[in-house]
Design a protein around this ligand. Structure first.
Ligand SMILES: [Zn+2]
Length: 155
């Protein structure tokens, strides 16, 4: 695992992944967080990239972060948010990186699911002599009928 370090750069402090900080303290705490993040991420298998529910939960348990629901994994924030250790807690960044991989898998699973066929409409013959979808059949005093014949069939 590559470790992020920092060094003096004129008046400021430059990290090995090219982030510039005004104070040594900021640079040091950023490097610490980044290295913690990389150490946690290094424990998580890279393959498969898209995680099944059980792979996702296992990966979360491995690094000790809470697993989100599939719905949360596909939320816009998780799928498209930028979670940097300079702004978020390391555990949150790891959780979001894992959840985004789960979100990708959920989206693929949803896309692969066959579209539901429109249900065939069952036609029924009414006493009025017309055929109508079962849901439109009405019951009048002279028998079953279509909506058009309802008045005629109501004695
Ligand atoms: Zn009719």
């Amino acid at each position: 695992m590559e470790t992020v370090t920092y060094q003096r750069d004129g008046e400021r402090w430059l990290t090995s992944n090219r982030r510039l900080f005004n104070t040594e303290e900021q640079a040091a705490s950023y490097c610490q967080a980044m290295n913690d993040y990389r150490a946690m991420m290094a424990q998580i298998p890279q393959s498969p990239w898209d995680l099944s529910r059980s792979e996702y939960e296992a990966a979360c348990a491995l690094v000790g972060v809470e697993a989100l629901s599939d719905a949360d994994c596909t939320s816009y924030g998780v799928r498209h948010g930028e979670f940097s250790v300079s702004e978020y807690a390391v555990a949150v960044c790891v959780q979001m990186a894992l959840s985004s991989r789960r979100g990708r898998a959920v989206e693929a699973e949803q896309a692969a699911r066959p579209k539901t066929q429109p249900r065939e409409v069952e036609m029924v013959l009414c006493d009025c002599g017309h055929r109508v979808p079962r849901g439109q059949r009405m019951v009048a005093s002279l028998g079953t009928c279509c909506p058009d014949c309802y008045d005629r069939m109501s004695a």
